[in-house]
Design a protein around this ligand. Sequence first.
Ligand code: ARG
Length: 464
Amino acid sequence: MTDQASNQMWGGRFAAGPDAIMEAINASIGFDKRMAAQDIAGSRAHAAMLAATGVISDNDAEAIREGLLTVLSEIETGTFQFSTALEDIHMNVEARLKEVIGEPAGRLHTGRSRNDQVATDFKLWVRDQLDAAEGGLLALIRALLTQAEAGADWVMPGFTHLQVAQPVTWGHHMMAYVEMFGRDLSRVRDARKRMNESPLGAAALAGTSFPIDRDMTAAALGFDRPAANSLDAVSDRDFALEFLSTASISAVHLSRFAEELVIWSSAQFRFVTLSDRFSTGSSIMPQKKIPDAAELIRAKVGRIFGANTALMVVMKGLPLAYSKDMQEDKEQVFDAADNWMLALAAMEGMVKDMSANRAELAVAAASGFSTATDLADWLVRVLGLPFRDAHHVTGSLVALAESRGCDLPELTLADMQGVHSAITQDVFSVLGVENSVNSRLSYGGTAPAQVRAQVARWTAILDA
Ligand code: ARG
């Protein structure tokens, strides 16, 4: 070592240490220490493989593997001294290992590079987060299924353009979100399967001349196989991008649902009551109960999608293989992961606790001429009118009811016959909201029987 201040990991050709600003821009230890457990797992697997292939001795491998456990427990108990001068988690761990076990520590980095090391660590970290997201999504879906089952036949207005369209059931609305979060779940599982190839042993970029066994390290770390191209293995961040895009789409779903909860819990709608546990008060307006959790979930999509955009842009023009730009991947993914998990958990809590106001929902379901389509369908089915004519007749009846300030069921038979003479008393049987939803039995429709069938289908899927 030529200079005290030069880096003990790569300082051989350096006469002086880095400028303080160089150190500040270069270091990642401030955030990549979150990958300590993954780094140590990767190194333990690598050391065992180096011994099994005869690259290092069994004794050295054993000392390294034991020493790494000591380092891990120091990190876990908070006694580990992280050093910015040592740049990142990889060099911090290795430097401490050297202090703990001495000379054998220097043999650990045989046949690997920080480039395959960081790719491995980060993949392991992202994989854990995909598993956590799977758990969060499953819990949220189960909470929605409970709501859907309880309210399979509770009527509420269905909207298009946020205008009353046709009556639907509470259960049907909950199940719409089950479908969305179900697709998120399948994206998470799909991403996990695709990313589960080990970069370890790709070394700096070209592989190594040591007789390493990449299948062995891949298996030890729970990967399905080693990544097949060393250049790609060290420069691939698709797994991070896929994590972020999956999180982004899921955050869009969370945000849409959060928006509905904000609207539904307002004094103007009163469709749901959110629990005190997931609401806050106002410091000035005593009457307020604010859906802060829903609003924050609605906002999370901003930073999660921001992270996705940021990493896409970081990666887009990078030549093969590794460039230091890629160090910018972690903070984006860490922040997005933290906030996605938090949003999933908060949404699950709100859904579990919230109660639908059945009476308000039923009143709202019957307003806004919500059964006009049922009336038009009756004209088609019973009187044999072409649908376009039935639409026109119904439109006239809606205009009439509107001018009277009443709803469709409050028109008299004489009113109806004034618009179309063939209408009979039977028409009133389809103007009720309950009848409307019960009649929509087509597959995927809002009828309680369909909703219950979908709840059963999803329950079976989750239990399988
Ligand atoms: N801290 C770096 C990162 O996060 C580790 C890899 C550094 N490799 C290198 N050749 N400088 O990407």
